[in-house]
Design a protein around this ligand. Structure first.
Ligand code: FAD
Length: 410
C-alpha cells in the first residue's frame, strides 16, 4: 500500500511517524515544498530569538529513521483522484493508493494583495530565514506587521526583541477572534510597554501595498502611507488549497472533512491547518490552526488509513503565547457567565455556560490553565467550587475535593 503525504509540518510528520509505528511494510512518500528536512513552525520564534534550534527539527536522519521516501523542495501542483496521481511542479507525477493532504496554511493580510514581492509570510521557515537574514545583515531597522492575531503579535515581539522599531496595524483589537475587549486592552498595553507602536481604528485600516517592484509601505484608508524596511502579512491564516482546485475535493475555507477526517473522495484524508474540522465544544466547522490539533488529527487519519474506524473528538480552540515573556492563554469560548479577577497586570477570566466551563482567558498569570481545560473538556459541573475557581491556589498542588471528583481523580 503506497501512501503519499503532502506536507512535512507537524501534521505530515505525525502521519509518517504513526503510520510507520503500526505498519512496517507501508510504502510512505512525503512531498514537501520546503527545501528543508521536516520542522515545527511553533519552534521558529524560539529558534530565531535564542539561536537554539531546540524542538525545531525532526533531525536530518528523519527519512532514514522512519524509512520514508522524503522529497524536499517538491511542490504538488495538482491532484487527480480519478488516476490516483499527484502532479509535481516542474513536471513529473507520483501515484498513490492513499493520499493525506497536510499542506498547512499561510499568513495573509486581509483586504490586501497576496504574494506581493517584499511582503513576508512568516509561516514558512524559508520566508522567516529570508526576513531575519535581512535583519542580521543590518539591512532592516523597521518593521510593519499588518494584523494583530496571535502569530502577528508573536512576530512583533520577536522583531522587537531583535532590536527593530516595530509598528503593528491593529484593525479593531489585538487578537480579536480569541480575546474579549478587556483582555485585548491589557495585551495592547503590554505590547506598548515593550516599545511596539500600535495603530488601530478605521483610519488605520490598510488598503494597499505601495512600492514597485517590491512593496515598501502600506497605504491607509485615511490616505497616510506607513513605510518600513520589512512588511509582514499577519492578519490571519489561509489554508493552502489552491492546488486542489480542480481535484473535485470539497473545500470551503479549508478542505472539508467528515468526523473521520475523510474528504468527500475515497482514500483521501486531510489533517492540520489545511483541514476544516469540527470544534470540540461548539460542533461548528472551523480551521483551528494550532500544533496540538494538527498532531491529534494526523493520528486519527492514520487509524483510519489502517481501517480502524476512529472518529475525531473535535478541535480545540486554544492559543497561548509563551515565548518572549508575555504570559497569555486563551481557550474556548468567550460567552456566558463571566467570572473575573483583576490585579495589577493580571487579568483572569472564566466563562461558564450552564455551570460548565466554556472558555477562559488568562493574562499575566496562566496558572491553573491545565485544570480549567480538563474541567472544560470533561464538561464538568463546577457549581460546587465555582466561587473558588479563580482563587490563587486553585489547581496548584491542591485541588478541591469536588473538583477532583468532577475530573474522576482518586
Ligand atoms: C510563528 C508561528 C508561531 C506559532 N506558534 C504556535 C504555538 O505557540 N502553539 C501552537 O499550537 N501553534 C503555533 N503555531 C501554529 C502551528 O505552527 C501550526 O498549527 C502547525 O504548524 C500546523 O501544522 P501543519 O502540518 O498542518 O501545517 P504546516 O506546519 O504549515 O506544514 C505544512 C507543510 O506543507 C507544505 N506544503 C504546502 N503546500 C504544499 C504543496 N502543494 N506541495 C508540497 N508541500 C506543500 C508546506 O511547505 C509546509 O511545510 C505557530 C505558527 C507560526 C507560524
Amino acid at each position: 500500500m503506497k501512501t503519499i503525504i503532502i506536507g512535512a509540518g507537524p501534521a505530515g510528520v505525525t502521519v509518517a511517524e504513526t503510520l510507520r509505528q503500526y505498519d512496517q511494510q507501508a510504502d510512505i512518500v512525503m512531498l514537501s515544498s520546503e527545501p528543508y528536512p521536516p520542522y515545527s513552525p511553533p519552534a521558529m520564534v524560539e529558534y530565531f530569538a535564542t539561536g537554539r534550534p531546540v524542538h525545531l527539527w525532526k533531525g536530518n536522519d528523519f527519512p532514514q529513521r522512519m524509512d520514508v521516501d522524503y522529497r524536499q523542495g517538491v511542490e504538488v501542483v495538482r491532484v487527480e483522484p480519478q488516476r490516483r496521481t499527484v502532479r509535481l511542479a516542474g513536471g513529473g507525477e507520483e501515484s498513490y493508493d492513499q493520499l493525506v493532504i497536510a499542506a498547512g496554511g499561510r499568513l495573509y493580510a486581509a483586504g490586501l494583495e497576496e504574494n506581493r514581492p517584499g511582503v513576508y509570510n512568516f509561516k514558512s521557515l524559508s520566508a522567516a530565514e529570508e526576513l531575519l537574514g535581512r535583519v542580521r545583515r543590518g539591512e532592516a531597522h523597521t518593521a510593519l506587521i499588518v494584523g494583530a492575531g496571535f502569530i502577528g503579535v508573536e512576530i512583533a515581539l520577536l522583531l522587537r526583541e531583535m532590536g527593530l522599531e516595530v509598528t503593528q496595524l491593529v484593525r479593531s483589537r489585538v487578537m480579536r477572534q480569541m480575546l474579549d475587549p478587556e483582555t485585548s486592552e491589557v495585551v495592547l498595553g503590554m505590547l506598548r510597554d515593550r516599545g511596539i507602536q500600535t495603530r488601530r481604528g478605521a483610519d488605520a485600516d490598510a488598503v494597499a501595498f505601495v512600492g514597485e517592484p517590491r512593496a515598501e509601505a502600506v497605504k491607509m484608508r485615511s490616505g497616510d502611507v506607513v513605510s518600513a524596511d520589512l512588511l509582514v502579512a499577519a492578519t490571519g491564516l489561509r489554508p493552502n488549497i489552491e492546488f486542489l482546485e480542480e481535484s473535485g475535493i470539497e473545500m470551503a475555507w479549508g478542505v472539508v472533512v467528515d468526523d473521520h477526517l475523510r474528504t468527500n473522495l475515497p482514500d483521501i484524508y486531510a489533517a492540520g491547518d489545511v483541514a476544516e474540522t469540527l470544534d470540540r465544544l461548539t460542533g461548528e466547522r472551523y480551521v483551528h490552526a494550532i500544533f496540538p490539533n494538527a498532531v491529534a488529527q494526523a493520528t486519527v487519519v492514520v487509524h483510519n488509513l489502517l481501517g480502524w474506524d476512529t472518529a475525531y473528538e473535535g478541535a480545540d480552540n486554544m492559543n497561548s503565547l509563551k515565548h518572549l515573556g508575555l504570559p497569555l492563554m486563551a481557550v474556548g469560548q468567550m460567552e456566558g457567565e463571566e467570572l473575573r479577577v483583576r490585579k495589577g497586570g493580571v487579568l483572569r477570566k472564566i466563562y461558564l455556560q450552564d455551570d460548565r466551563i466554556a472558555g477562559f482567558r488568562l493574562t499575566g498569570d496562566v496558572s491553573g490553565a491545565g485544570i480549567y481545560r480538563s474541567l472544560m473538556n470533561k464538561r464538568a459541573d463546577v457549581r460546587p467550587f465555582k466561587q473558588r475557581l479563580l482563587e490563587p491556589n486553585f489547581g496548584m498542588g491542591f485541588i478541591e475535593e469536588s473538583a477532583r471528583s468532577a475530573l474522576s481523580l482518586s
